[in-house]
Design a protein around this ligand. Structure first.
Ligand SMILES: NC(=O)c1ccc[n+]([C@@H]2O[C@H](COP(=O)([O-])OP(=O)(O)OC[C@H]3O[C@@H](n4cnc5c(N)ncnc54)[C@H](O)[C@@H]3O)[C@@H](O)[C@H]2O)c1
Length: 276
């Protein structure tokens, strides 16, 4: 067990809703590794109250922000700097939501107001965070920013809908801002492309259980859990990955490099047997 990998580091973790959330696991592990951080989530999520338990366990506090609001984000970044008496070292963007997915509206009948919302919440919010942080010089040199993505940015997966477009945009923002922040401040910016994971956001995707089963059969190492994703985030916040930037890093047990596996073929064959 590695200890104190984040000793002395300070940060902000956006997106812990409940104990299934990837951000929740990241917060627990960051705390174990010696980091201090502020938690942030949208007003509705904070009203559920579960995040207060996490804040208590990690001896910290919650600053409320709708991640689509630049003003809210400014308050979170400046409030965090005030609390810690200076700049921070890491930021986790673990935010995603699509009203089209939530309401079961298919991609070819999309509601454009909802589409804007999907992109704003799930991707533009990342740009807003990075711009706010840059404007007030909130992140230390050699700091690290991570956002969570999904392979639907590169490959079409039934049911993922407009979130696929949001993830493609999110990954592009990581590269575009990664250049600027790397060049000027040695700050690294990456996305982690995570396996399907049973969380509130994940379970909202149509056919999610089948998707989880499919990717489990396809991935030589099996699906990555939320805890394993959190471990990977910790390495990216640590000083062990100082030259990793502008990358979309697959954390998916090998799924993204597979075409067909023995386990998936076995299952596929089964469904044809009765007709053979
Ligand atoms: N669960 C999966 O299968 C999976 C796979 C790959 C990537 N991801 C990504 O991981 C990230 C975290 O999702 P999760 O699976 O932990 O689910 P989750 O539902 O626990 O987290 C999503 C978070 O987004 C927050 N959020 C929504 N709208 C917001 C807004 N306007 N302002 C601020 N916060 C807002 C929610 O309150 C919630 O905390 C998302 O970006 C998601 O797309 C999830």
């Amino acid at each position: 067990m590695v200890c104190n990998l984040l000793q002395g580091k300070k940060g902000i973790i956006f997106g812990a809703l409940n104990e299934k959330s990837i951000a929740w696991k990241v917060a627990e592990k960051a705390y174990q590794q010696g980091a201090r951080f502020i938690l942030s989530n949208a007003p509705a999520a904070v009203r559920f109250g579960e995040i207060d338990q996490l804040a208590k366990a990690c001896k910290t506090e919650v600053l409320v922000a709708d991640a689509t609001s630049v003003k809210d984000l400014e308050n979170v970044f400046s409030g965090t700097m005030e609390k810690f008496g200076g700049k921070i070292d890491f930021v986790l963007h673990s935010i995603g939501m699509s009203p089209n997915v939530r309401k079961g509206i298919p991609y070819d009948r999309i509601n454009y107001d909802f589409y804007h919302k999907t992109l704003d919440i799930s991707a533009l919010s990342f740009h807003k965070m990075l711009q706010v942080a840059r404007n007030i010089d909130a992140i230390n040199d050699w700091g690290s920013v991570v956002a969570l993505s999904y392979v639907a940015a590169q490959r079409t997966l039934y049911g993922y809908n407009d979130m696929a477009d949001a993830k493609a945009l999110l990954e592009s923002i990581a590269r575009s801002f990664g250049y600027i922040c790397g060049r000027d401040k040695k700050i690294r910016i990456n996305t982690i492309s995570q396996s399907p994971t049973v969380t509130t956001a994940g379970s909202g995707v149509r056919g999610f259980d089948s998707l989880v089963d499919f990717t489990e059969r396809m991935s030589p190492l099996g699906n990555a859990t939320a805890e394993e994703c959190a471990d990977y985030c910790i390495t990216l916040f640590s000083d062990l990955t100082r030259k990793v930037t502008m990358q979309n890093l697959f954390h998916d047990g090998g799924f993204s490099s597979m075409g067909m596996s023995m386990k998936a073929m076995h299952q596929y064959d089964k469904s044809f047997r009765p007709c053979d």
